[in-house]
Write a protein that binds this ligand. Structure first.
Ligand SMILES: *[C@@H]1O[C@H](CO)[C@@H](O)[C@H](O)[C@H]1NC(C)=O
Ligand SMILES: *[C@@H]1O[C@H](CO)[C@@H](O)[C@H](O)[C@H]1NC(C)=O
Ligand SMILES: *[C@@H]1O[C@H](CO)[C@@H](O)[C@H](O)[C@H]1NC(C)=O
Ligand SMILES: *[C@@H]1O[C@H](CO)[C@@H](O)[C@H](O)[C@H]1NC(C)=O
Ligand SMILES: *[C@@H]1O[C@H](CO)[C@@H](O)[C@H](O)[C@H]1NC(C)=O
Ligand SMILES: *[C@@H]1O[C@H](CO)[C@@H](O)[C@H](O)[C@H]1NC(C)=O
Ligand SMILES: *[C@@H]1O[C@H](CO)[C@@H](O)[C@H](O)[C@H]1NC(C)=O
Ligand SMILES: *[C@@H]1O[C@H](CO)[C@@H](O)[C@H](O)[C@H]1NC(C)=O
Length: 227
């Protein structure tokens, strides 16, 4: 009978949806801070923090090296990932929480990358509903999973090596984030940066964020990095 057939299909759809929901779950690590390491001492040790670039849009600015004076709410990040069939994903999204009106409403913003056709210097931005750039951590080092390296492609030959690499093309550059001119984290797609102010960085390192859920709880802050 048609009806029973449809009912059977519906039952199958419903149960497979149930199975999917069971297999994939979301999880999060954090809070943590992100610290730049660089061979350039001026930049080395700077923390990254969200800096205003438009309505609910932020870039990742260099906000100083002293953990006890940086703006912790700007500098606190999380990493969202999925667990599928018990296996955690290697990459996920870096997220930051925008607090509106002092926390009356919180917006979770993933890191996405804003490209400009005139330069190879792209700008990592935090935007609500942005298409998250997949990122992962190798140990504490932030990387972007890279797709097959097209510098090895051969004319008319389908590439055989489709493996991914961990790209760490991070730089600190003076750049435009919206209409703001900032010294901020940049992503250089490939080659030497088009923007001469860019300084090569090692990848940002995940730095443990001391527990600090209450805004006024400042007492333990200074002990974190002094040892
Ligand atoms: C989710 O993340 C927490 C904190 O990192 C961890 O303790 C927990 O084991 C994770 N859950 C799963 C199912 O992996
Ligand atoms: C280090 O970075 C600073 C700030 O961007 C820059 O002014 C300086 O020229 C850099 N030093 C070197 C050796 O590149
Ligand atoms: C960091 O800031 C604190 C508080 O202002 C200050 O006491 C300390 O000397 C600073 N540390 C460094 C290395 O500048
Ligand atoms: C700290 O950063 C948050 C988030 O960017 C911002 O709303 C707040 O105004 C900043 N606080 C100070 C004192 O700059
Ligand atoms: C927003 O986040 C802040 C800091 O974590 C928290 O104190 C506040 O309760 C949150 N607000 C809501 C509506 O969840
Ligand atoms: C990140 O994960 C948290 C906890 O699961 C969730 O509340 C938040 O909406 C997620 N953010 C994004 C941008 O997916
Ligand atoms: C992770 O980082 C280590 C140390 O830098 C490196 O040896 C290793 O190759 C990296 N893992 C991958 C998968 O690239
Ligand atoms: C395949 O590509 C990866 C990433 O570009 C590279 O590390 C690896 O050496 C390549 N393997 C071969 C056999 O060419």
């Amino acid at each position: 009978m048609k009806f029973t057939h449809i009912a059977g299909v519906l039952a199958t759809l419903t149960s497979s949806t149930g199975v999917l929901a069971q297999q994939q779950t979301n999880n999060q690590t954090g809070p943590f801070l992100l610290k730049l390491t660089s061979t350039n001492e001026t930049l080395n040790g700077n923390y990254l923090g969200a800096c205003h670039a438009g309505a609910a849009i932020e870039a990742l600015c260099l906000i100083g090296k002293n953990i006890s004076t940086i703006n912790r709410s700007a500098a606190t990040f999380f990493w969202n990932y999925t667990i599928y069939d018990g296996q955690p994903s290697e990459s996920g999204s870096l997220v930051w929480t925008l607090q509106l009106s002092g926390g009356i409403m919180n917006v979770s913003e993933p890191l996405s990358v804003s490209y400009n056709p005139g330069t190879n210097v792209a700008v990592p931005m935090l935007t609500p509903g942005g298409v998250a750039q997949q990122v992962g951590f190798n140990g504490s080092t932030l990387y972007v999973p890279g797709y097959p390296d097209d510098s090895n492609f051969k004319y008319g030959e389908y590439p055989t090596n489709l493996s991914t690499t961990q790209l760490t093309n991070w730089h600190a550059c003076w750049l435009f984030a919206g209409s703001y001119y900032y010294n901020a984290l940049a992503w250089v797609t490939s080659g030497a940066p088009h923007n001469p102010t860019c300084q090569a960085d090692e990848a940002p390192e995940q730095d443990e964020a001391p527990e600090q859920n209450e805004a006024e709880e400042d007492e333990d802050e200074e002990d974190q990095e002094e040892a």
